[in-house]
Design a protein around this ligand. Structure first.
Ligand code: FRU
Length: 481
């Protein structure tokens, strides 16, 4: 059951969808096969769960404008991670403990109920922040009843304390929360419970200025911990890292540590921080374990405070989207991300060229073009210094074989100038690219690296050009999606 206030807010949000539906749908930058908000601003994916045969994805949602504020939880479901349906709005910021936002969180199954954990964000008249970790539950997976606050702020932290991710291990529940210590370090803080309502504060398992890590940002958002291929992985989004060569180029970062979570000693012993994605728009990912035992990740195709109000879709009253679902594996101590195999269902007409040879030229290949396509380049052999791919005259991929550097360039939507993101890549074997009207997701060498970004070509421009310096051999496959 929802309170009257929550009902009211939900009705206002539906009215907003209706009011702007035409304007939103007229935007040629609407995506065709990604999750987007029906109106307003979408940010973090929340509450990812494969529950009773249905995949659930909730998301941070501001229905009333295209900037941040008192967030709702929007909701989509899917039988197969490919075909999605809008579900009823799950949570609205209606109560004293969440009135300024039902912030990010997660979902678990408990005794047949779908249970959500989220952060109640509260601001008083002076603008001071308060934070509460809250619980809401549903019998059917669609209608949620708030049960109130289960954790208040422990000593030693500022009110930047949020984004609970809950999981079960043996016969206990654990929760990891993103935090800022009073000394100004980002931390990931662990709690334990037997009943989901009473939580014991165990303390930070990792953070800046602990576990041999020096200063590492002033806040860690959206932590996630899970076992994978014999090790444990901690994903976090640190805020406050300075750009460092090719690394940390976005306003805030998203990455992971590989190691072992010692539940007895409450420590996560880990190796170095690795960025999850090298593109312009990627943040606040969350993972779930699915029916096939796969660890699946979905991220937000956006970054907070990164020229969000300049995104071209804002004039159509919506902004941002979620990434495709990606399967995670751990290979040689590094995360590998590949698009889930179910996405092959999207494939329509195919055009393919086997063992193509190119020498010092820039050209197109008949049929290799489009605005919503999947493109695979396999068995790449470059006997030369450079391979480039122009995407609809609005983005360009460049592999410099001499330097071993892969670059994504795009035309900035802020000032029209070329901007870039890069990573080191000693060898290029394959490129797997999903273009969707105004987004691109690139999987390099079967997911060793990924680049995620929005880009805004002219809608009629479907051109894809391939260029080389020196000799190049490869196989090309392309599907309309
Ligand atoms: C990350 C984040 C979370 C917070 C949510 C609010 O993008 O800032 O830390 O819970 O967004 O929408």
């Amino acid at each position: 059951m929802k309170s009257e206030r929550e009902q009211q807010l939900i009705e206002q949000a539906y009215a907003e969808i209706e009011k702007y539906q035409d304007l939103v749908n007229r935007d040629w930058y609407r995506l065709r096969y990604h999750l987007m908000p029906p109106v307003g601003l979408m940010n973090d994916p929340n509450g990812l769960i494969d529950w009773n045969g249905t995949y659930h994805v909730f998301y941070q949602w501001m229905p009333f404008c295209t900037s941040h504020g008192a967030k709702f939880w929007g909701h989509y479901t899917s039988p197969d991670l490919v075909h999605w349906q809008a579900a009823p709005i799950a949570l609205a910021p209606s109560e004293w403990y969440d009135k300024n936002g039902c912030y990010s969180g997660s979902a678990v199954d408990h005794e047949g109920k779908l249970v959500l954990f989220y952060t109640g964000n509260v601001k008083d008249e002076q603008g001071n922040r308060q934070t509460y970790q809250c619980l809401a539950a549903s019998e059917d997976g669609f209608h949620f009843t708030k049960k109130g606050v289960v954790i208040t702020l422990p000593d030693g932290y500022t009110a930047h304390f949020r984004d609970p991710k809950v999981w079960r291990k043996d016969d206990q529940w654990y929760m990891i929360v993103g935090a800022q210590s009073e000394s100004g370090d980002g931390k990931a803080v662990l709690f334990r419970s037997t009943d989901l309502f009473h939580w014991e504060h165990l303390g930070p398992i990792a953070g800046g200025n602990s576990n041999w890590l020096g200063p590492f940002g002033y806040m860690w958002e959206c932590p996630d911990v899970f076992p994978l291929d014999g090790q444990d992985v901690l994903i976090v989004c640190p805020q406050g890292l300075k750009p460092d060569g090719m690394r940390y180029q976005n306003v805030y970062q998203s990455g992971y540590f590989v190691g072992r979570l010692d539940y007895e000693r409450n420590e996560f012993l880990h190796g170095p921080f690795e960025e999850l994605d090298r593109g312009f728009e990627f943040y606040a990912p969350q993972t779930m374990l699915d029916r096939h035992g796969r660890r699946i990740l979905i991220g937000w195709m956006g970054v907070p405070d990164q020229d969000e109000d300049r995104q071209p879709t804002v004039r159509h009253r919506w902004v941002h989207a979620l990434t495709l679902p990606r399967e995670l594996r751990l290979v040689d101590g590094k995360l590998r991300q590949t698009p889930v195999r179910e996405l092959k269902q999207l494939r329509k007409q195919k055009v393919a060229y086997r063992n193509v040879a190119m020498v010092n030229e820039l050209r197109s290949w008949p049929g290799i073009e489009g605005d919503a396509i999947e493109l695979r380049l396999d068995n790449i052999e470059l006997f030369g210094s450079m391979l480039e791919i122009h995407l609809r005259h609005a983005a360009r991929l460049v592999y410099n074989g001499d330097e071993g550097v892969l670059t994504l360039e795009r035309k900035s939507f802020v000032n029209g100038l070329t901007e870039k993101r890069q990573c080191r890549l000693p060898r290029l074997r394959s490129l797997h690219l999903f273009l969707d009207t105004s987004s691109l997701e690139l999987f390099v060498n079967d997911g060793e690296e990924t680049f995620t970004a929005r880009f805004f070509p002219h809608p009629d421009d479907r051109t894809i050009l391939f260029g080389t310096h020196g000799h190049l051999h490869m196989d090309i496959e392309k599907w309309e999606l």
